[in-house]
Design a protein around this ligand. Structure first.
Ligand code: MG
Ligand code: MG
Length: 542
């Protein structure tokens, strides 16, 4: 240590079966250790492991340090050990700041398992898990602590992951955590640049597809069958705007720029999301403060530069607000057109959710990106059953539902999600769910428009009839319209799916009657039906 020029030794509480207990014995040992350390010019910090034999609580470790009463002996705090044992973090606030020598941070998903195994394999970055790391760090900051915060993360995926991505996530997690702490603890001594608060999502302003003429025609056929109408064309670019209710779909067939490059790499894909926020410039400032890369495309003559950043998976997140010239972008840069081929509208009103598929090990990256940037909350990870394997899913959503993004982490290539990202060469939006206030009317309108819904197997309806005790006539109506049904303690949910397009993209139409979930129990039936629609050579059999 002296050769390396370091001055702090970390000592964990003992786990040996032959360890002796006794707080005064430990304090006496530490006092002697402090004496020896002082002669060498080093300090000693003591950390309570959650599974320590006698000391497994930072309050006991602090009592040892307090009784040792030596300037070279201090306390080491680790959020995992404190939070895993549900120890009150308020107890940290009473510790003198000069006795806290070092602070380690880690989060973890809430899993009921043995502490040591949980700690060694499932720790993750602050904000990626379910522990109250912010409250822990607030308590530390309230003492006036101005030392280092260290990420101590043991995680199997991180070991196997991209060091660059892990480092970016770690930096982002610390900046986000520090920003939250700074806002609530005025006495916090954090060396952190100011940044705007998390952007409040007011809604999805548009979704943009990159396509060529041929794939655009296929997407447009589907959109028209769902009642979308081409309402405008860009003044100077090969970009069309389709709309229904508050849903705007932009089809970009430019061969130049990011859309062209995206099409060349991924094929036709929904690669950009326009988000309506309070202040678009602030949103970009926060994103870049969190280490995101700004996307700057030089605007054409008389065009507004729309503030944007690259999101997880390489797609683009645009920000729109009510300020000029962003507020007038559809009027200023697009020319209205009459759509002679349009069908009657089908009652779709807004985007209910956006479903993005990523590699399984990128799921925490994506969740952290959205939660750090936008005022959304995340759900715990839940499993979506695909006949060929598990897909891990997590939702980030604003409290009012203005923005809901379901994130699917695909672990194997034989799942629909895994196939999609393999064939798409990377993460992207895999489905868009539109909301209707009356799904039976919408379903009837779609049939008149020539829309062929995803056909759901008949035994599904026998199953839900029994599972929910549905009225037979009602179940028949669901079956005739190929609707999926779910229910939670808040209400009912109805889902209608398009067939899959290309390598796994699809549309969904939903009606929520108070329901708050996403129809996860229906996924296995839906996915089985979708796989039958994929081209035969495209999908290996489960
Ligand atoms: Mg530790
Ligand atoms: Mg969905």
């Amino acid at each position: 240590m002296q050769e390396l020029g370091t001055d702090l030794v970390l000592i964990c509480s003992n786990v040996s079966p032959v360890a002796l207990g006794g707080i005064d014995r430990a304090a006496a040992d530490f006092r002697e250790l402090g004496e020896r350390a002082a002669r060498r010019g080093i300090r000693v910090g003591y950390e309570a492991l959650a599974w320590g034999r006698y000391v497994n609580d930072h309050r006991d470790a602090w009592e040892v340090v307090r009784r040792a009463d030596h300037p070279n002996v201090g306390l080491i705090l680790d959020s995992f050990h404190t939070l895993a044992r549900k120890i009150d973090v308020g107890s940290i606030r009473a510790i003198p700041r000069d006795k806290i020598f070092f602070v380690q941070l880690a989060d973890a998903p809430l899993i009921d398992m043995e502490l040591l195994y949980w700690s060694r394999h499932y720790r993750n970055m602050p904000g990626e898990g379910d522990l109250a790391v912010t409250d822990f760090t607030r308590a530390v900051a309230a003492t006036g602590y101005d030392g280092y915060f260290s990420l101590e993360i043991f995680n199997d995926q991180f070991r196997a992951g991209s060091p660059r991505q892990i480092a970016q996530d770690g930096h982002r997690a610390l900046v986000y955590l520090g920003d939250q702490v700074r806002r609530r603890e005025p006495d916090a001594r954090l060396d952190l640049a100011d940044m705007p608060d998390r952007a409040v999502a007011e809604g999805v302003a548009f979704i943009e597809f990159a396509a060529d003429d041929e794939s655009a025609a296929a997407i447009v056929t589907l959109l028209r069958a769902m009642g979308f109408r081409r309402v405008a064309r860009h003044r100077s670019k090969s970009v069309d705007l389709y709309q229904q209710g508050d849903i705007r779909i932009v089809i970009n067939t430019e061969s130049a720029g990011l859309a062209g490059a995206t099409f060349n790499i991924h094929g036709a894909t929904a690669y950009a999301v326009g988000l309506k926020v309070g202040n678009a410039q602030d949103a970009v400032a926060r994103a870049t403060g969190l280490g995101a890369e700004a996307f700057v495309q030089s605007p054409g003559r008389g065009e507004a530069a729309m503030p944007a950043v690259f999101g997880p998976g390489g797609g683009v997140l645009y920000f729109l607000d009510e300020s000029a010239p962003l507020a007038g972008i559809w009027q200023d840069e697009f020319i209205p057109v009459d759509d002679a081929e349009a069908n009657v509208p089908a009652g779709l009103t807004r985007i209910d959710h956006i479903a993005q598929t990523v590699e399984y090990n990128e799921l925490p990256t994506a969740v952290l990106f959205y939660t750090a940037l936008i005022a959304v909350e995340k759900t715990p990870v839940f499993d979506v059953i695909d006949p060929a394997g598990l897909v891990r899913s997590q939702v980030v959503a604003s409290g009012d539902g203005a923005l809901r993004i379901t994130l699917n982490g695909a672990e194997n290539r034989r799942t629909l999600a895994g196939h999609f990202i393999a064939e798409n060469f990377g993460a992207a939006i895999q489905h868009l769910a539109f909301e209707t206030p009356d799904i039976f009317r919408t379903a009837a309108a779609l049939v008149r428009n020539g829309f062929a819904p995803l056909r759901i197997s008949h035994n599904y309806y026998d199953d839900i009839e029994a599972r929910f005790g549905l009225d037979g006539d009602f179940a028949d109506r669901l079956r005739e319209a190929n609707l999926l049904y779910d229910r939670d303690e808040f209400g009912e949910y109805f889902q209608l799916y398009s067939p899959v397009y290309g390598e796994g993209f699809f549309f969904e139409i939903v009606e929520r009657r108070g329901y708050r979930g996403y129809g996860a129990p229906n996924a296995i039936f839906r996915i089985a039906a979708q796989k039958r629609h994929l081209r035969p050579e495209g999908m290996p059999r489960a």
